[in-house]
Design a protein around this ligand. Sequence first.
Ligand code: AMP
Length: 380
Amino acid sequence: MTLGILGGGQLGYMLALAGYPLGLHFRFLDPSPEAPVGRIAQRVTADYGDHAALEKFANGLELVTYEFENVPVEAAQFLAQRVPVYPPPAALEAAQDRLGEKTLFRNLGITTTDFLPVSKTGEFDAAIRQLGLPAVLKTRRMGYDGKGQWILRTTDDVVKAKAELPKLHLILERFVPFTRELSLLAVRSRHGETAFYPMVENHHRGGVLRLSLAPAPSLDPPMQRAAEDIARRVIESLEYVGVLAIEFFENQGRLLANEMAPRVHNSGHWTIEGAVTSQFENHLRAVLGLPLGSTRPAGQCAMINLIGDLPEPSEVLGVPDAHLHLYGKVPRPGRKLGHVTVRAASPERLALRLSELPTFFHRPDFCLDSALSQSASQRA
Ligand code: AMP
């Protein structure tokens, strides 16, 4: 049985690795000849808009899924006329436009920060007046990993933004003075079975995820239930199939939904070693209509992204229960090259293990030391 995957990055790579023990084969489509999945699966190198290539790609596939949410919706719809496509293209569409996404949350009664569309200069001034400063201006489309967004703190920033911003469709959001960032991974199968992983605490630098602590330290059950209730509303309204990630701000004990990703997610990499069933395996089970696996955590994990440069593997692997994942990409500044998951039986044990990581990991950009002192003070 061969599954097609749109996008050939590390998420696809890990989906394939989770699928091989289930006897699955994979065919990827990605415009880049550098896509890392080329090392382990069939890869079609073509643009998403190339109908002849899509036709050839779809031939003989059991179904198509994606690992990248900026796949053109039109490509997903074209494929859906030939093979089942999960998650549904409508979910892809909803997640691609920040305004549509926040409007969906609002329509489902899910709290978000206040936001307004900005398409004309007049709208920008009015939105700033209404929401106040600081505010966050974001492109509605194609924004990820902190790209396409600007924090406006002063009226000077507003003047500069007006002069420099391309004439794009934008969204202005009220800045959230959050206590922390959390994410929830939900999974729903073709038969409607649902499961949720425990929420994860995420640390970003420059809008890019650097560190996830899983389960989130000091996570109280009512907050987990509130997040699950939110995710349930989204997946039911979209008749969703597969893994869905929702990112939240925690502010004064409340959850504000920020965005969703209709795919497996970087904040779920810890599940490979840290949960009974990984997000990758559960995504495959969901799209194939197989029973979902347990999402129960197996201890306490930290997942650390390796961005731009790599540590010495032997130094990482010398730390007990540290697991190294390299994506086979050529190092480049800002590029996600791999991740390390460290697992332990308790938060205290995990803190100890993390302190044993080589000096490479104690640079401020890893967020490790700051996150550890924050969770130690939360525990105290
Ligand atoms: P996003 O692309 O929306 O996930 O934003 C990337 C990161 O920017 C988030 O993880 C936050 O750290 C920060 N951010 C985004 N929106 C806001 C907001 N409205 N208020 C405060 N910080 C934000």
